[in-house]
Design a protein around this ligand. Structure first.
Ligand code: NA7
Length: 550
C-alpha cells in the first residue's frame, strides 16, 4: 500500500473491506482464482460480528452446522460444534480455524478504518482513503462491511454523566465484566437485549429492564452436541446444505406445506405445541405460510404465543406488558431465548415499561424515568443498529459523476440490483447490501451464494479484459420494484423495526424503507444463476473505453 499516484497501476485488482464471515470467504475465493486481492478490516482482528459482539448470552439462532461454511469438505470434516446453537466464543474460534486453515491472515490488514471511497471515471478505479490518511487504489471494491455493524445509541440527556460502566452491546469490553451482585439496567428488548437479560438475570444483584415495545420471543431449546451426534451431522452435511438451499430462509426448516385453513383450530394448536417445543426458528419459518401474509392466521398464532407468555410469567400484570400489541408474531425478528420469560419471575428483576413511564434522563447514578430514579452500577444499551445501510452511510462514498451514495439512498429507498450493485457506482460489489437476501436468510447460506456469484463475475471480467462494470438503470429499477412488491404481500410491511428500515435514534428514519429482499433463497439463487448463464445482460461492461456487448 502506498500514497496513490494516479498514473500508476492500481495497488490491487480487488480490495475487500471487512474480514468477517463474508470478507474471509471472498478473499479465499478470489485467491483461488489467482486474482490479486487484499482485505482491510477496521477491527484489530478478524471475525466481524463475532469478533465484536461479546455481550453475555451472544449466540447463534441458526443451527451451528447450518451456519458454518459449506464449501470445504476438509473444514467440514475437521470442525466439531459443541452445541446446536453455538456461543460467540466458539463461533469466533471457528472463524479463526477457517482463516488459519486457508492461511488467510497474510492478505488481511487490521486497524484500517475507511473514511472515503472515491471512483475515478478516467481510470475506472477506486481510491480508498483510511482514517490515517493512507490511500489504496484498486480496480474493484467488494464491501463486506456487515448488515448490523453500525450500532446506535439513544439520545437521552446526561448519558455521558453516568459514573458507572455503560456500553452498547456491540462495544462490550474484551476484558471480562463482572456483573455478579451488581445493579444492572438493560435498555432494549430486541434479539440482543433478550439474550443479555436471559444470560445475566441469575447472577446480577438487581436487574431492571427498560422496555419500549415488547417482541414475540420463543424458546431456543439449545443443547450440547455429543461426539456421536457430531459424527452423524458430518455424515449428513450434503443433505443438510441441500435442505437449506431449498428453503426460503436458508434454514433446515421450511414452511409447512399445509394451509392454515386445511386444519381445524384444535389441530392447529396441536401443531403449534410441537413447533413451540422444537429447537431454533422452526416455530417461525416452519409455520404455515399464512402466518406471514394473513392477518387472521397471524392473530391466532400470536394469541397462542401470548398464552405461552402468560403461562411462563407468574405476575399477570408483567406478562401482559411482555405481550406485543402493535404487531403480530414473526413480522419483526423473533428473538430466540432460554428462560427469558422466567427471568421476570425472579424477585430481583424488574420490568419498566417506558411507554408508560418514559426515560427522562441518564443521571450520574442511574436512570430517571417520569416517575422515579433508579441507581445502577452498569447500564447496558441493547438499542440496536443503523441496520443494512448504516455501515455504508458512515463512509463518504463517491461514485461516477461525483454522486454520493448517502445522498442517493437518503432521498427514497436504498435501491440496488440484487443487493450487490448500485447504479452510478461502477466496479463496486456489495456482499450484504440493501435489498439483497442476507438480512432475511441464514447469513452464510446467503453470502456464500452472493460471494460465489461475484467471484464468477470477476472471473468473467478478468477473462474478457473488462475494466468497468455497472448495473443498468432499468435492471436496478426492476429489482427494486420486485423488492417493494414482496413487502406488499407480507404483514411485516406494517411493523416498525429494522426489517422495514426504521430506527428512531437516527434523524429521518421514522419512515418505511424497503431494505431487504423477501422473496426467499431459492428465488434469489435462480435470479443470480440466470444472470450469469445469460452473460450478465443487466450489466454494462466496458473494455478500455469501448462498451462490450453481452
Ligand atoms: P433491535 O432488534 O433493533 O432491538 C433494539 C431494541 O432497543 C428494541 O427493543 C428497541 O425498542 C430498543 N430501543 C432502541 N432505541 C431505543 C430508545 N431510544 N429507547 C429505548 N429503547 C430503544 O436490535 P438488536 O441488537 O436487539 O438485534 C439486532 C439483530 O441482531 C437481530 O435482529 C438479530 O438478527 C441479531 P423498539 O422495538 O424500537 O421500541
Amino acid at each position: 500500500m502506498s500514497p496513490t499516484d494516479e498514473t500508476t497501476a492500481p495497488d490491487h485488482e480487488v480490495l475487500v473491506i471487512g474480514a468477517g464471515v463474508s470478507g474471509l470467504y471472498q478473499l479465499h475465493r478470489l485467491r483461488e482464482l489467482g486474482i490479486d486481492v487484499h482485505v482491510i478490516e477496521r477491527a484489530d482482528d478478524l471475525g466481524g460480528t463475532w469478533y465484536q459482539n461479546r455481550y453475555p448470552g451472544c449466540r447463534f439462532d441458526s443451527e451451528s452446522y447450518t451456519y458454518g461454511y459449506s464449501f470445504s469438505d476438509e473444514i467440514l470434516a475437521e470442525w466439531s460444534w459443541s452445541e446446536h446453537f453455538a456461543g460467540q466464543d466458539e463461533t469466533l474460534r471457528y472463524l479463526n480455524f477457517v482463516a488459519d486453515k486457508l492461511d488467510l491472515r497474510r492478505d488481511i490488514e487490521f486497524g484500517c478504518t475507511v473514511e472515503s471511497l472515491t471512483f475515478d471515471d478516467a481510470t475506472s478505479t477506486w481510491t480508498t482513503r483510511l482514517a490515517d490518511d493512507r490511500t489504496i487504489r484498486s480496480r474493484f471494491l467488494v464491501t463486506a462491511i456487515g448488515v448490523l455493524s453500525a450500532p446506535t445509541l439513544p439520545h437521552y440527556e446526561g448519558m455521558d454523566s453516568f459514573r458507572g460502566d455503560s456500553f452498547h452491546t456491540f462495544d462490550w469490553p474484551h476484558e471480562p465484566v463482572d456483573l455478579v451482585g451488581k445493579r444492572v439496567a438493560v435498555i432494549g428488548t430486541g434479539a440482543t437485549g433478550v439474550q443479555v437479560i436471559s444470560a445475566i438475570a441469575e447472577q446480577v444483584g438487581h436487574l431492571t429492564v427498560y422496555q419500549r415495545r415488547p417482541n414475540w420471543c420463543a424458546p431456543l431449546h439449545n443443547r450440547p452436541i455429543s461426539e456421536q451426534e457430531m459424527d452423524a451431522i458430518r455424515a449428513d452435511y450434503d443433505r443438510i446444505f441441500a435442505r437449506c438451499a431449498d428453503t426460503p430462509g436458508g434454514f433446515l426448516h421450511g414452511p409447512d406445506p399445509r394451509s392454515f385453513h386445511d386444519l381445524a383450530a384444535d389441530e392447529r394448536r396441536e401443531f403449534w405445541e410441537r413447533l413451540y417445543a422444537s429447537p431454533g426458528f422452526e416455530k417461525w419459518v416452519g409455520n404455515f405460510r399464512e402466518i406471514f401474509m394473513d392477518e387472521d392466521a397471524n392473530a391466532e398464532f400470536s394469541e397462542f404465543v401470548a398464552d405461552k407468555i402468560r403461562e411462563r410469567v407468574h405476575d399477570p400484570a408483567v406478562a401482559e406488558k411482555l405481550i406485543p400489541r402493535d404487531h403480530g408474531f414473526g413480522v419483526q425478528r423473533v428473538p430466540l431465548e432460554t428462560r427469558y420469560y422466567e427471568a421476570y419471575n425472579l424477585p430481583h428483576v424488574d420490568l419498566v415499561d417506558i411507554e408508560e413511564t418514559p426515560i427522562v434522563e441518564i443521571t450520574e447514578q442511574g436512570v430517571r424515568t417520569s416517575d422515579t430514579e433508579r441507581e445502577f452500577d452498569v447500564i447496558v444499551y441493547a438499542t440496536g443498529f443503523d441496520a443494512v445501510t448504516g455501515a455504508f452511510d458512515r463512509i463518504e462514498i463517491t461514485g461516477a459523476d461525483g454522486r454520493n451514495l448517502r445522498d442517493v439512498w437518503a432521498a427514497a429507498d436504498p435501491d440496488t440490483y440484487l443487493g450487490i450493485f448500485v447504479h452510478g457506482f461502477p466496479n463496486l460489489f456489495m456482499i450484504g447490501g440493501p435489498q439483497g437476501s442476507s438480512s432475511t436468510i441464514n447469513f452464510p447460506r446467503s453470502i456464500e451464494l452472493t460471494t460465489d456469484w461475484i467471484t464468477g463475475l470477476l472471473r468473467h471480467v478478468r477473462d474478457h479484459g473488462i475494466e468497468r462494470v455497472e448495473v443498468t438503470v432499468e435492471a436496478q429499477a426492476a429489482w427494486a420494484d420486485e423488492v417493494r412488491r414482496w413487502y406488499e404481500r407480507m404483514l411485516l410491511r406494517r411493523a416498525k423495526s429494522w426489517f422495514t428500515g426504521y430506527n428512531e435514534n437516527i434523524e429521518g428514519r421514522d419512515r418505511m424503507r424497503h431494505v431487504m429482499y423477501n422473496g426467499g433463497l431459492p428465488r434469489y439463487r435462480k435470479r443470480l444463476e440466470t444472470a450469469a448463464a445469460e452473460g450478465y445482460p443487466t450489466l454494462a461492461m466496458t473494455r478500455s473505453g469501448s462498451r462490450v456487448d453481452a
